[in-house]
Design a binder for this molecule. Structure first.
Ligand SMILES: [Zn+2]
Length: 414
């Protein structure tokens, strides 16, 4: 087997791995300004691990020429990838920041092939099987068998249960494991503790008469927050792209942990249309508002945060890690942020809760332990080389390929 790392090696974003020169695993986008894409590639078939921008964001561009490679994914991943592609078109269509057109996105629907977990299918001469990765609905570990070598590409995964999806439990046999390492130096706080701290904090602000703005990613995090609000009977509105994703997931009940709970959570929340100054009125209410974007880049949060920021009784409850250079990170570090082009001091309280959808160090080690005698290639992280070195010190055959690297294993060499 021959594995080429086109992106996502030693970095987070633009994941892309080419197997045996024919089969492409993921084709993501690094959402910086300007965005970055993996190198050009002309695969026979494409397999996507899950519907996040850094794994599927560039896929439609593969259809801009005459090639029509089939794209294999789970049903939710297909829906999420199309939603993200249309969003990229809306934001950047016709500029260099968008490497595809409306026509390319249309073509994606024509070559799409959906598969459930544990249903083996054929792609570019390989046997491929998806296993539930416990990251977001539809997320998959991808097992690729070329007849000689079995490659397990973990994609992003979580080893703890979330309200929305259950933890990964599948550990299929493999000879080579390409493993994400996003939080290889982080120990997450116990999920139930994070959840109780969050609930207590939101309830206190509501009891004091304030408004709580809960910035959340549209995919996964918004639904997780809705489920938590319903469980604890916290009154809430939901706004932004997360509304559409919630509705979409209701059509794929087998890909969430508890479809009835998601249905209850959706009924419990009030969906904001945004018409006629509705957002400004909601921001004055004694309620919680779950809204995109998760790091205050844009979305309806741009209306809610300015509306509630001056009153110290109000609260902004961040729901995940804030990347350096984002307004969300700025707000946590300095107490002010540039919102919609204007720097604003924020008197409302700001708190951060780590509702991560990735395995932490202990989770990664627990996963990798199942592959003690195999080859481990560490990718998707800021400290891939360090983590690979730590694994080697622990007796693993581990390395961290760099972007552009090629890894080859033939039986004759083995
Ligand atoms: Zn992801």
């Amino acid at each position: 087997m021959d594995i080429r790392f086109l992106g996502g090696a030693g970095e987070v974003g633009r994941s892309a791995i080419l197997v045996n020169g024919r089969l492409l695993l993921d084709y993501g986008m690094k959402s910086e300004d300007p965005p970055q894409f993996p190198g050009d590639v002309d695969p026979e078939a494409v397999v996507a691990s899950h519907g996040h921008l850094d794994h599927v964001g560039t896929i439609p561009s593969l259809l801009s020429g005459s090639a029509r490679p089939p794209i294999h994914w789970t049903p939710p991943t297909r829906e999420l990838a199309l939603t993200l592609a249309r969003d990229t078109l809306k934001l950047h269509g016709g500029t260099l920041q968008c490497p595809f057109t409306e026509t390319d996105v249309q073509r994606v629907t024509q070559v799409s092939k959906t598969h459930g977990y544990r249903e083996t299918f054929e792609a570019a001469g390989h046997e491929v099987t998806f296993f539930d990765a416990g990251h977001i609905p539809g997320s998959a570990h991808v097992l690729v068998d070329d007849g000689e070598t079995r490659l397990l590409y973990t994609g992003d995964f979580h080893t703890d249960d979330q309200q929305l999806v259950s933890a990964t439990t599948a550990r299929p046999d493999a000879d080579v494991v390409v493993c994400e390492s996003t939080y290889s130096d982080v120990e997450h706080e116990e999920r139930s503790t994070v959840e109780s701290r969050f609930v207590e904090s939101v309830e206190r602000t509501l009891w004091e008469g304030g408004t709580v703005v809960i910035p959340a990613f549209a995919i996964g995090r918004t639904q997780e927050m809705l489920l938590i609000c319903e469980r604890h009977d916290i009154p809430c509105y939901v706004d932004g792209m997360g509304k559409r994703i919630t509705e979409m997931l209701q059509h794929h009940p087998t890909f969430v942990r508890d479809a009835d709970a998601l249905q209850r959570a959706k009924s419990h929340a009030r969906f904001v249309t945004g018409r006629d100054g509705q957002r400004k009125r909601i921001a004055e209410q004694n309620t919680a508002i779950i809204t995109t974007s998760g790091m205050l880049h844009g979305g309806p949060a741009m209306t809610y945060v300015p509306a509630i920021r001056s009153n110290p009784v109000n609260k902004i409850a961040m729901t995940g890690y804030q990347v350096e250079g984002t307004p969300g990170r700025d707000l946590l570090d300095t107490g002010s942020a540039e919102i919609d082009g204007r720097r604003m001091p924020v008197s409302a309280r700001v708190q951060q809760f780590d509702f991560s959808a990735h395995a932490d160090r202990a989770g990664l080690l627990e996963f990798i332990e199942s592959y003690r005698d195999e080859t481990i290639l560490v990718n998707h992280g800021d400290r891939c080389a360090d983590f690979a070195a730590e694994l080697r010190a622990d007796g693993f055959d581990a390395s961290a390929p760099e972007r552009g690297d090629r890894w080859c294993w033939c039986w004759s060499d083995a």
